[in-house]
Design a protein around this ligand. Sequence first.
Ligand code: GLA
Length: 335
Amino acid sequence: MRGFGEAPGRVNLLGEHTDYNAGFVLPTAIPQHTRVEVRPATEGFVLHALGRSTHFSLEFPPAEQSAKYVYGCLKELEEQGTSVPPLEIRVSSDVPMGVGLSSSAALEVATLRALRAALDLALDDVRIAQLAQQAEIRHAGVHCGIMDQMASSLAEPGRMLFLDTRSLERHVLPLPLGSTILVIDSGVARSLAASGYNQRRAECEQACVELGVAALRDVEDVNALQRLEEPLLRRARHVVTENQRVLQALHADADTFGRLMDASHESLREDYEVSTPELDELVARLREQPAVFGARLTGAGFGGACVALCRAGEAASAAQSALSRYGGRGRILVV
Ligand code: GLA
């Protein structure tokens, strides 16, 4: 009764803050993975992760954050009727943490895959993503959408996963011809991420009440937003235009795709207000590079990483050149 599971982090190319508005997203898997191994234990659960060992039972949630994700996965399985025996759980990962590349989703999906293998559970990859999202919302206190878990469970490196977060309809698409992905950490910790994220989410819900729609996904024309007051008007405008950008990007060439990424960043900065001066500067340094088609912050914002679409074969030199002109302490994460 042993099991092994692994899952990648993700980087979102377009479609930011649209998933909890029932909208469209376009992430891809990154090469970095989280690996989880489970084996029988005599009593309770012992998690070995990040150089620490944490003991817990299913009666009480552990205090440590990464243990909460694992606890959440075990709890979700228990609540759907699976009897989970005592286990030793060993985690190793090279997914960068705290920069918007979904290290938590990778941990959840890898944990559930290891449990699926060990306990011979009939769970497909979509169900795994749904359980992982519930684990994060109900047990780790992050009221997230389903993009990260779906991307970690279903996306492939070098290809884009187009996902309709309402129907879960999805397509795997090639990157624009002749392009590649570059991810750089801004070096700024995402300090306001949780509170800012929850506040944006509440603003979107309020905008829906005022517009009389189930989700902002249901608004296709920005003119329909005029009756909203600030800041709800700008928040909703970001979501509506971001959904349009994802749809326009699906079969776009690299130049057009890059321009859509640039426009996404402007919208996240001006309308959604989740950028920081450092992210703006890093995006500007990336855009100065002739090999860069477009660049934007990625993930929830408030710090963390930027993603750029680059001419294939030129990403490493573009990254070095952008970093040498960036005032902060950035580092290349994916090239
Ligand atoms: C975080 C959440 C996702 C999504 C993004 C913003 O990564 O976990 O569900 O909302 O922020 O696009």
